[in-house]
Design a protein around this ligand. Structure first.
Ligand code: FES
Length: 74
């Protein structure tokens, strides 16, 4: 689904950006152009960014817990 119609940026593009490390809205604007034309996408992009960041952090914590519990050296 498109998150920013003006620049043909999809929600998946935002999630991929977040998977590479912390991303701010200003990073998305600078790197993908989102929000810099009509601006209608900004609110939805903030929500997507917030959700993707939380999911990414949760995955990192889950991996850490998994590693601690199942990847100990014998
Ligand atoms: S929809 Fe994103 S700038 Fe227009």
């Amino acid at each position: 689904m498109y998150a920013c119609i003006c620049f043909a940026v999809k929600e998946r593009d935002v999630r991929e950006a977040v998977s590479g490390g912390p991303v701010r809205m200003s990073d998305l604007c600078a790197n993908l152009g989102v929000g810099t034309k009509c601006g209608r996408c900004v609110s939805a992009l903030r929500d997507i960014l917030r959700q993707a960041t939380q999911e990414s952090q949760l995955r990192a914590v889950n991996c850490e817990v998994y590693d601690q519990n199942f990847c100990r050296e014998a």
